[in-house]
Design a protein around this ligand. Structure first.
Ligand code: SAM
Ligand code: SF4
Length: 326
């Protein structure tokens, strides 16, 4: 088991399969983003070796992310390998959904349990403005394909950006009336790349809740008032699904964090919003033994910071969001 110095059991690993992406969301990366060459990224066998190592340390839950995980070559085989790793109980994915209409079935067949699909608005023109390159039809088909493939309950992630989509929270929340989905509204976090927009146009979870309640009436707490992952969840009376609010900036959930992140270039990062990193890939390629790698991971977990430092003005600037893995 891997514990940090505050006694938190760390057992949830987010693995970034690539920093590449087929969209260019304004809150995530610049349009002229350059990506890492393939040789610098973990190869398939390296991902599976590190997964075994983490599983041996008690990690049982894996979320695949990126960049866009579905653009990774062999993504279905990678999912199969991870899902088949002894000790791994749950493999999920966060995706922009663009390629899901083709991949949902094969991914489910390979052992993927669920997907979170990012969808920030239901308005096609606003969707294009937010993602720069996206077509909302592709994502919608992807969501339906995911549901049909049994990747359920589908969760939708919406990052809310003032001046872009703050008025769309109500329409997105309304989706849960007819669909058994969880629509999760996310406060925009600051990183390198789009820092001015991220800090200047952030919308708080409280404001989002207020906007939804103004139109749809009071929200009832769901999940016995407990967090669902990092989301505070609510229910529109009579709805089939739930709405969630992720207030990483205004009301962080750091005390309950059980996560570690492995970037596409094989770096262990113990906090999304702290720059500290532990390189695993260079020692792995340099011939480190499994025991040496295990020690690196355990030391990294031990050094996990209590929480982020946004309130003190500490913004992580060594990577943009897509290079860390959201
Ligand atoms: N490409 C996939 C996607 O968009 O779902 C996976 C990677 S993306 C970096 C993971 C999640 O992070 C997405 O839900 C995305 O909306 C969110 N995200 C990206 N930049 C963010 C930011 N600055 N603040 C908060 N969430 C962000
Ligand atoms: Fe790509 Fe996801 Fe970042 Fe959008 S949020 S640019 S889809 S990695």
């Amino acid at each position: 088991m891997a514990f940090d110095r505050f006694g938190r059991k760390i057992h949830y690993l987010r693995i970034s399969l690539t920093d590449h992406c087929n969209l260019r969301c304004v809150y995530c990366m610049p349009e002229e983003m350059t990506f890492r060459p393939n040789a610098e990224m973990m190869q398939d066998d390296e991902i599976l070796l590190l997964t075994r190592l983490f599983a041996n340390l008690g990690f049982d839950k894996i979320r695949l992310t990126g960049g866009e995980p579905t653009v990774r070559l062999n993504v279905v085989d990678i999912v199969r390998g991870i899902a088949g790793t002894p000790g791994i109980r749950n493999v999920t994915m966060t995706t922009n959904g663009v390629l899901l209409s083709k991949l949902a079935g094969p991914l489910a067949g390979a052992g993927l349990k669920r997907v979170n699909v990012s969808l920030d608005t239901l308005n096609p023109a606003k969707f294009k403005r937010l993602t720069r390159w996206g077509d909302i039809e592709d994502v919608w088909e992807g969501i339906l394909a995911a549901e049909q493939a049994g990747l359920a309950p589908v969760k939708l992630n919406a990052v809310i950006v003032r001046g872009y989509n703050e008025e769309d929270v109500t329409d997105l929340a309304r989706l849960t009336i007819e669909h058994p989905w969880q629509v999760r509204f996310i406060e925009m976090m600051p990183f390198a790349g789009a820092t001015d927009l991220q800090t200047g146009q952030m919308v708080s979870a409280e404001e989002m809740i207020g906007r939804v309640e103004q139109t749809l009436g009071p929200l009832a707490p769901a999940n016995d008032g407990k967090l669902d992952g990092e989301a505070r969840v609510f229910h529109i009376p009579g709805a089939k699904g739930d709405v969630g609010f992720i207030s990483s900036v205004s009301a962080p959930f750091c005390a309950d964090c059980t996560r570690a992140r492995l970037t596409a270039d094989g770096i262990l990062r113990m906090c999304l919003l702290r720059e500290h990193e532990i390189d695993l890939l260079t020692p792995l390629r340099g011939g480190a033994t499994l025991e040496e790698l295990r020690t690196l991971v355990l030391d990294g977990v031990w050094s996990k910071p209590w929480g982020h430092g946004l309130a003190e003005g500490e913004i992580p600037l060594n990577r943009v969001m897509s290079e860390i893995g959201g």
